[in-house]
Ligand binder design. Structure first.
Ligand SMILES: [Mg+2]
Ligand SMILES: [Zn+2]
Length: 186
């Protein structure tokens, strides 16, 4: 498919620490899933601005037995309903259900999850923005040839202090609303 002006304008978001509050104990239920200030409105603004919005999230809590798919789908239903109520849409959610020892291709920092998103939309992931709050998000973006963007919400502030040399010039914004505003202005 040729890259043309008509191509899908896609943005990919990490979930925990970008859309909702991060927890060192894992976010295990819809009740524990709490949106960050402004994140829902920011997603709606992206939708209204012509972006397709996908989520790419490591969910090793599944492999660890901390929650099941029913709980995960309940979290995602809550997230999607909030976004829909704000006039936006999450078009696709890609998750890695594996643990750190499973050696899968989809667990970030590997690029598999982002490449899955590209297949879903029929989009070349080159330069597609991927907004995350952890170094492994940035590394996954680089591995997929995408555009890494760090936000300071969630783990982002500590990630910013620990950026590996190759990522020191990465784009950094305070939160998803700030990052979305930049993308919408381009
Ligand atoms: Mg995160
Ligand atoms: Zn995986």
């Amino acid at each position: 498919m040729p890259k043309s002006a008509a191509k899908v304008r896609l943005v990919v978001l990490d979930r925990d620490g970008v859309i909702n509050r991060e927890s060192s104990d894992f976010v295990k239920s819809a009740a524990e899933w709490q949106a960050l200030d402004g994140s829902i409105k920011a997603i709606a603004a992206l939708t209204k601005g012509g972006f397709r919005v996908a989520v790419a999230s490591n969910q090793s809590g599944l492999a660890r037995g901390l929650f099941d798919y029913g709980a995960l789908y309940a979290m995602h239903e809550k997230m999607r309903n909030l976004v829909a109520a704000a006039g936006g849409r999450i078009d696709h959610i890609a998750i890695c259900p594996h643990g750190p020892d499973d050696d899968c291709d989809c667990r970030k920092p590997r690029p598999g999850l982002l490449l899955q998103v590209g297949e879903q939309f029929g989009v070349d992931m080159t330069d597609v923005p991927f907004i995350g709050d952890s170094v492994r998000d940035l590394e996954a973006a680089v591995a997929a040839g995408s555009r890494p963007i760090l936000v300071r919400s969630g783990n982002g502030r500590s990630a910013e202090k620990d950026l590996p040399p190759a990522l020191r010039s990465v784009e950094v914004y305070d939160d998803l609303p700030a990052a979305a505003a930049v993308l919408l202005a381009e």
